[in-house]
Design a protein around this ligand. Structure first.
Ligand SMILES: [Zn+2]
Length: 458
């Protein structure tokens, strides 16, 4: 059958070339365009990926050729039918069935069948009403053609409600630590036991990092409840940078973000709001919009990018710039980060007015000033954990830092392209030390620069 498919494709290609010649001679450009419609081609599936999350579930089909698709939404029970033209069902497509997990918030199950010759049909049985978005993405980075189906809840998840629910659930029971690698847990317990023997008074969890030992936490309390938007970079289709040992930036930054959340939520008058708390992609403007929706007081984006120079090392802190980047590395990183939407995949039609306005909003000098102050506190704490890439704040046009009313910083915790730093980033103790340092920086800033009273309490 693959032979037949490729023969079919070859025949079509030769037909296309011949028609092109005719069209060129006779000037029939319209005929050429009609032949270019990808429906006649036989596409094959390179990969199937599913990203379930409370915000939305995404299904990605990666193909060697673009293909035409149509969707029909049915209710009672809610279903979504997607027809894929120019596709024979094969093993790769059948894999989709097994990739739907029982805990998927939106998909009950998927059925795959050959609707007509060269038209494959996917039937998604849904757990409720959804607002589907079906779109294609042109090849970019490591990806070929992608057909993306995003299943958003019919009533969008309100970030404010999510925050309130999160706080409420915390007041009922103490925050439970996320699941940990059993071997890492064993090693940690062993080390902790040794530590306790050496210092019988230290019983607090998590143990303070060596850099912080002896350094007493600054006294004082934060004046009012502040919300910290914690933004783990990348996610889902966008892995971020990938280290030589295969460590994905999106995974380590999520772990550090979760550790930072624990510290923030353990502090009186501080609460964390996670921009993403799972492995799914959030468009850059949506990150900003979510932080604004919950009226975040501070915004911290956590990254661990790669640069060409493998020796490059150390942490750095970035804020927005009004006039160009402060260094070529800063410019390069901002360009890379801003490309995240193309890799992660954004349905352009979904950009609502609020999100578009965020993108157009001009940054304010005051926001950059406050962000720089915040950045200094975090940078000096990071300097206590390890080396710094540069001893000063860097500036560039990062889209994710563009909330005009929220001091926003982007922390490059380490370079995943540096083999030594990649090893450290994967180490839970190092992740905890980074989270501690960022937390101390946030707290120090808030004590020194008390947040102004809020117009509206949440
Ligand atoms: Zn990044």
């Amino acid at each position: 059958m693959p032979e037949e498919a490729s023969r079919g494709k070859r025949r079509l290609l030769s037909l296309g070339a011949g028609a092109g010649l005719v069209a060129a001679r006779t000037g029939l450009a319209g005929a050429l365009l009609a032949l270019d419609v990808p429906t006649a081609r036989a596409a094959s599936i390179l990969a199937v990926r599913v990203w379930p999350a409370r915000d939305y579930t995404r299904v990605t089909l990666e193909l060697d050729e673009p293909l035409k698709s149509t969707q029909i939404q049915l209710s009672d029970p809610p279903r979504l039918v997607v027809d894929l033209e120019g596709l024979e069902i094969d093993l790769a497509l059948r894999e989709l069935v097994a990739k739907i997990r029982p805990e998927d918030p939106y998909i009950l199950q998927v059925r795959v069948g050959q609707h007509r010759p060269k038209v494959a049909r996917l039937v998604f049985d849904l757990k409720g009403e959804v607002a589907p978005q079906l779109f294609t993405l042109a090849p970019v980075g490591q990806y070929r053609h992608r057909l993306v189906l995003d299943l958003h809840p019919a009533v969008p998840v309100d970030p404010l409600k999510a925050l309130v629910d999160d706080v409420r659930s915390r007041s009922v029971r103490p925050p439970s630590p996320p699941p940990e690698d059993p071997i890492a847990a064993l090693v940690r317990d062993r080390l902790d036991a040794q530590e306790r023997l050496a210092q019988p008074d230290e019983t607090t969890m998590p143990e303070p990092p060596p850099a912080a030992r002896g350094k007493r936490r600054p006294p004082g309390a934060i004046a009012r409840m502040v919300t910290i938007a914690i933004d783990a970079g990348h996610g889902g289709e966008d892995p971020g940078a990938i280290g030589r040992r295969g460590t994905h930036e999106k995974d380590v930054v999520l772990r550090i973000a979760q550790l930072l959340r624990e510290r923030v939520n353990a502090e009186p008058n501080m609460r964390a709001y996670m921009i993403r708390d799972g492995d799914f992609f959030v468009p850059l403007a949506t990150r900003v919009a979510k932080a604004r929706r919950v009226q975040a007081d501070l915004f911290v984006s956590i990254h661990a990018d790669a640069v060409v120079r493998a020796q490059a090392s150390g942490a750095s802190v970035y804020v927005l710039s009004e006039r160009g980047a402060s260094s070529s590395t800063a410019r390069w990183l901002a360009d890379r980060e801003n490309a995240s939407d193309r890799i992660g995949g954004v349905f352009l039609g979904s950009r609502n007015r609020e999100v578009r306005r965020v993108l157009l909003d001009l940054s304010t000098t005051a926001q950059i000033q406050d962000s720089s102050r915040l950045g200094h506190f975090v940078l000096s704490e990071l300097g206590g954990v390890g080396e710094l890439h540069k001893p000063r704040i860097e500036q560039a046009g990062f889209a994710v830092l563009k909330a005009p009313d929220i001091p926003s910083i982007l922390v490059e915790t380490a370079f995943i392209s540096n083999p030594r730093e990649e090893r450290r980033l994967a180490d839970s103790r190092y992740q905890a030390r980074i989270a501690d340092a960022i937390f101390r920086g946030l707290r120090g800033y808030l004590l020194r620069h008390p947040p102004p009273p809020k117009a509206r309490a949440t």
